[in-house]
Design a protein around this ligand. Structure first.
Ligand code: ATP
Ligand code: MG
Length: 566
């Protein structure tokens, strides 16, 4: 490809809304262009990368025995009513209606579509197990679309759904996808960790996420180096540290003028935050009630654990407003679980504390020497967010924490969809049995950006060779110089048959051209300069920035060897 014929649209500066390196670089390198918040166009270079990522996924999915199809994005409301998700999915579902007022959504995921497809097409157990997948555009009206392709409102996903006769079959299909995902992300050069995950809106039980490790990742991972336990913080649990009980002291109301936060109250009373409990009031819109949640003062509430305990939905759970707190005869900043007129959920850790401090539901007052069981009770469960230092639930050693970008997730759905949607097969006794399902997603466009996040430097992107839009670029320092042009054209012809190569035939300053290709991240650059008349060129490696002078034939051979080894 000749650079003069390409739509190269590099930018000196990224638009202001781009906050993280990978987003800035994809925009600056002219790989993508924003349409509206969370919606992007793929420009030629970006599209080539996207296709390479798709093809790795496609190859490995095909190798695993899965079959590719392509479904529509537009899905009728009736399908979602069959599964019960039309009302449950929440504001993320992009809903629309046609000219006859028939309601639809733009699919955020395709469980309903695949389940009914298999229900209609497969009757006999002879066709099972079956794993079908697609690479297709998804729509989610995300609360906070941000970071470019990381959290889009329109994005490309590979989604697969497995159908088995029984649980044992699902276990095999699930393991097959676990192994396939590991191959896919390894082939892309992604540094990743597999973690236990919550099942969220998709449902079912049993799930893993594949996390590309990165400081800008939105997901937090808690892991144990000793035994290998690793979980998304939403899902992570920890061993409860039993405390040595103290003799309960008499309850005492203490005047705490203007001391609202845990920080203020611990300073005011000169106590450790671990000797306090904080109470948050939530409005659960699914079950239409206010609930109180009590965790140790230094802890955060894990809202996913709370959603699961309440059998609610994360899109329908919010912290209560001040007037709602007043309706419980309490007041913001001084809320406590004693004599509170609502359901109370207590993190198990709080039951281990003795003689601690809580709000007194009265302006400027707290209680001291509070003890669970004597002064208040509630539903006890695990509701806290785990952090580094908490003890591994498997081996009891202290855990560590890091951040990751969720690039894939796999779920055991079991019969969550096949049962209500009647996706059944006839067994040997002639009975209808629901198929046992799994579902498996990869964020294709998010994966693309995650690679940039892991492979870049101050000059631009450093694409791994098998992902790069082109393998090599040939840059004559001065294209009008006859010798330079001759060597460049020779290298271009020799490489074009077996490698993806660009000839920079633009009439521009060399520094400008070099900067462009470094930003775009082409793995190898052949520079045809002063020594072109001797057949000597420079070979530059984008990832190490090393430059070597060598005969053009050697440069050609080197690049061909690299490309053949992909
Ligand atoms: P998240 O927790 O990040 O919102 P999710 O768990 O809701 O993601 P899944 O339903 O598991 O997402 O979708 C499968 C994959 O699709 C995810 O692992 C992720 O890589 C990708 N994905 C999900 N939402 C988005 C989005 N808004 N933009 C880009 N990719 C996404
Ligand atoms: Mg997920």
């Amino acid at each position: 490809m000749k650079a003069s014929k390409m739509l190269i649209s590099t930018l000196k500066e990224a638009p202001q809304e781009a906050k993280i390196d990978s987003h800035i670089l994809l925009l600056r390198a002219g790989m993508i262009k924003a349409q509206v918040a969370g919606v992007y166009q793929f420009l030629p270079l970006g599209l080539r990368v996207l296709h390479k990522i798709e093809n790795i996924i496609r190859e490995e999915m095909d190798n695993s025995g899965a079959i590719e199809i392509l479904c529509s994005a537009l899905q009728p409301k009736e399908l979602w009513e069959e599964s019960g998700r039309w009302s449950k999915y929440g504001p993320e579902l992009m809903r629309l209606s046609d000219r006859h007022d028939r309601e639809f959504c733009l699919g955020p995921t395709h469980e309903e579509v695949f389940t009914t497809l298999v229900r209609d097409l497969v009757k006999s157990s002879k066709n099972l197990p079956l794993n079908i997948y697609q690479i297709q555009t998804k729509y989610r009206d995300e609360r906070r679309p941000r970071f470019g392709l990381m959290r889009g409102r329109e994005f490309l996903m590979k989604d697969a759904y497995s159908f088995d006769k029984d649980e044992a079959g699902l276990e095999e299909s699930y393991q097959n996808m676990y192994d396939t995902y590991s191959k896919i992300f390894s082939r892309m050069g992604i540094h990743y960790q597999v973690v236990l995950a919550d099942t969220g809106n998709i449902g079912g039980n049993g799930s893993h996420q594949f996390m590309a490790l990165s400081d800008i990742g939105e997901s937090e991972i808690v892991y144990c180096d000793a035994c290998g336990y690793a979980a998304d913080v939403e899902k992570a649990t920890a061993k409860l540290i039993p405390s040595t009980p103290e003799e309960p002291k008499p309850l005492h109301k203490v005047h705490t003028p203007n001391q609202r936060t845990i920080e203020e109250i611990t300073q005011f009373l000169n106590i450790d935050p671990k000797k306090t409990a904080k109470t948050l009031i939530y409005h659960d819109y699914v079950n239409e009630k206010l609930v109180a949640v009590v965790v140790r003062g230094d802890r955060e509430v894990n809202e996913i654990k709370l959603v699961n305990a309440l059998n609610s939905n994360e899109n329908y759970l919010e912290l209560a407003k001040d007037e709602e707190i007043l309706s419980l005869h309490s007041v913001h900043g001084f809320v406590g679980p004693k004599d509170l007129a609502c359901e109370i959920y207590v993190d198990e850790e709080v039951t281990q504390l003795s003689n601690f401090v809580i709000g007194a539901n009265e302006v400027d007052y707290h209680y001291e020497n509070v003890n669970y069981g004597r002064d208040f009770t509630g539903t006890v469960c695990d509701l806290r967010k785990n952090v580094a230092g908490d003890l591994c639930p498997v081996c009891g050693k202290p855990m560590a924490q890091e951040r990751g970008i969720e690039v894939g997730q796999i779920f055991k759905l079991q019969t969550k969809y096949s049962l209500p949607m009647k996706c059944v097969y006839v067994n040997e006794e002639g009975k209808n049995v629901p198929m046992v399902m799994g579902c498996y997603g990869i964020g294709v466009s998010r994966t693309l950006q995650s690679i940039v996040e892991q492979y870049h430097d101050e000059y631009g992107i450093q694409w791994p060779l098998n992902i790069a839009p082109y393998h090599c670029v040939i840059v004559p320092v001065n294209y009008n110089d006859e010798e330079q042009q001759k060597v460049a054209l020779h290298a271009y012809d020799a490489l074009s048959k077996e490698a993806e190569v660009i000839l920079d035939d633009r009439n521009a300053k060399p520094g400008f051209k070099f900067k462009d290709w470094e930003l775009i991240g082409i793995p190898y650059m052949i520079i045809c300069g002063k020594r072109s008349n001797e057949g000597i060129v420079e070979l530059k490696n984008r990832s190490t920035l090393e430059k070597t002078e060598l005969p053009v034939e050697e440069a050609i051979q080197f690049i061909l060897n690299q490309v053949h080894s992909i």
